[in-house]
Design a protein around this ligand. Structure first.
Ligand code: SAM
Length: 299
């Protein structure tokens, strides 16, 4: 987790190479939510990945605030908000207030004692003290407010199942990125937070669900609202692989100064297996495993 707070962490690359969450999921959230629509707080917002999408897809909220422990992430998010406000894209969110604060997932003091109506945590709750977070969220949410936690992990290339084992080896191999993940966060996310549960004494209408990437091609998962897939040139996929915190830590380890880059090596191996991929502009569809948990604060 600490990698995200380092000033040389690539917040810029992170914001362009990571997948968007599907509009379907925001539609699901909007239909699920039964509380007021004044204030939404997106914790662990990074460069605003979900925050800006929430502005667009949940237009019923009048104010949206992103918070994150990492100052570089918050400065990137603030820069993007300023840039967006100068472009016509911002017409989508006219009249909407967006702001960003450096703050931990349990610190809502920037609300100055006011409550909020939805708290979201995208691709970050595996770093939190889960129970401290859900308790602080329950204390901060207004009656019938929504807590929504979601995330994704372990991508595969849709048309190339013979590369799945290589992907896993890059992420978890002892001689690759395996030792460089901050733990236990990575293992918790790898388990799609299946051992973390919303507390039924704090929340009602709890829904918790997940899907494994390869299952996304089966008809049985077509109704799952958080189907995270993206078509991109192979070069962009390589950039995505390099946004992970373990790669950042691997790069900084002096032991690896003369070692071949494990992400570049993986792509070179895949290119040998599938000659069409020699063209880095060749488009591949990437699928991710994902999960979500939603609950409504008990009144
Ligand atoms: C993988 S990024 C996710 C960013 C964004 N929400 C998204 O959907 O891509 C995880 C973020 O969680 C932040 N983070 C980790 N622990 C945190 C904590 N205890 N409180 C607030 N933010 C935290 C990190 O700084 C990082 O920006």
């Amino acid at each position: 987790m600490s990698q995200f707070s380092e000033s040389d962490f690539g917040a810029n690359d992170y914001s362009t190479a990571r997948p968007d969450y599907p509009p379907n999921f925001y539609d699901f959230l909007s239909r699920y939510h039964s509380g007021y629509n004044s204030q939404l707080v997106d914790v662990g917002c990074g460069p605003g990945t979900a925050t800006f999408q929430l502005v667009k897809w949940l237009p019923e909220f009048s104010k949206i605030t992103g918070t994150d422990l990492s100052p570089p992430m918050i400065s990137k998010a603030s820069e993007l908000a300023t840039r967006a406000s100068k472009t016509s894209q911002q017409e989508d969110s006219q009249g909407k207030q967006i702001e960003f604060h450096v703050s931990s997932s349990t610190d809502f003091s920037f609300l100055q004692g006011k409550s909020c109506d939805m708290i979201t945590a995208a691709e970050c709750a595996h770093w939190f003290d889960f129970n401290a977070f859900q308790s602080a969220a329950a204390e901060t949410l207004s009656a019938h407010g929504t807590i929504a936690i979601w995330g994704y992990i372990d991508s595969v290339l849709e048309r190339y199942p013979d590369t799945d084992a290589l992907m896993l080896d890059l992420q978890y191999g002892d001689d690759k990125l395996g030792p460089y993940w901050d733990q236990p966060g990575r293992d918790i996310l790898r388990g799609l937070l299946q051992d973390r549960h919303l507390d039924p004494t704090l929340y009602e209408r709890i829904q918790e669900s997940h899907v494994v990437a390869r299952e996304l091609t089966s008809a049985a998962t077509q109704d799952f609202p958080l189907r995270i897939t993206k078509e991109m040139p192979l070069s962009r996929y390589l950039a995505y692989l390099k946004t992970c915190s373990a790669y950042h830590a691997w790069k900084k380890d002096p032991q690896n100064r003369d070692s071949p880059d494990p992400c570049d090596e993986l792509i070179a191996t895949i290119q040998k297996m599938h000659p069409e991929l020699k063209d880095l502009n060749y488009k591949v569809r990437v699928l991710w495993s994902s999960f979500y948990k939603v609950g409504t604060r008990r009144a």
